[in-house]
Design a protein around this ligand. Sequence first.
Ligand SMILES: Nc1ncnc2c1ncn2[C@@H]1O[C@H](COP(=O)(O)OP(=O)(O)OP(=O)(O)O)[C@@H](O)[C@H]1O
Length: 255
Amino acid sequence: MIQVENVHKSFGDAHVLKGITTQFEQGKTNLVIGQSGSGKTVFLKCLLGLFEPEQGTITYNGQVYSELTINQRRDLRQEMGMVFQGSALFDSMTVEGNVMFPLEMFTKQTKAEMKDRVDFVLERVNLVDAHQKFPSEISGGMKKRVAIARAIVMNPKYLFCDEPNSGLDPKTAILIDNLIQEITKEYNITTVINTHDMNSVMEIGEKIIFLKNGFKEWEGTNKEIFKTDNEAVTNFVYSSELFKKVRQMYIEERN
Ligand SMILES: Nc1ncnc2c1ncn2[C@@H]1O[C@H](COP(=O)(O)OP(=O)(O)OP(=O)(O)O)[C@@H](O)[C@H]1O
């Protein structure tokens, strides 16, 4: 579980995060949504420990980040997996090399142990024949699977994903969403996903926080987001006619 308490982050005069308080539970897919510039990436970087808030606390399974020593922070960092926007694979390495990289960097496992673990996670993301391929030789959806395999290879307690669906067709996007949700449940990970994808909100938004101008404007589940009267949320989520109709149908069905 991650608990966020009154987090503020500024850059010079720009006050980007303005007192965010929320919590993200283990085994759940937690989504952060909001317009461009609302502070989602800055917030995710705070959760990753890349930015330190000037006020407020972030607590990981009871460990308050600001109270940790450098060594404890390094250990915590190794419990975090990250899926970057655009996958961020190393082009000069094979799929296997990309996934093995964190093990080589941070563990003392033998080559055989690392190979076993890489085989296991690649199989888990349904990539069995791609070990020796280079990123340029595989599709965008496969790259995301490699990025997910790399993010979970160290058996993380926390998984952060920045726009995991960007650049994917809708069907592949849903498969990737489902894969992240399955892995989150299977390994009881605390997962936080930044997304613009309204399909993700509807499908896997077990907990959603909506940021607006650096404030947490709303939070709830994908079921609650259908019913909310919060104008900022409905204007953002139901900006398309299609989603307006979906919402209307959902509400009528329940009345
Ligand atoms: N390192 C930085 N230095 C100064 N300002 C920054 C820095 N990083 C982000 N900002 C500012 O913080 C604000 C929020 O940016 P952020 O990238 O978090 O938005 P976002 O919600 O992730 O947007 P998008 O959906 O477009 O990715 C922006 O005004 C941005 O210019």
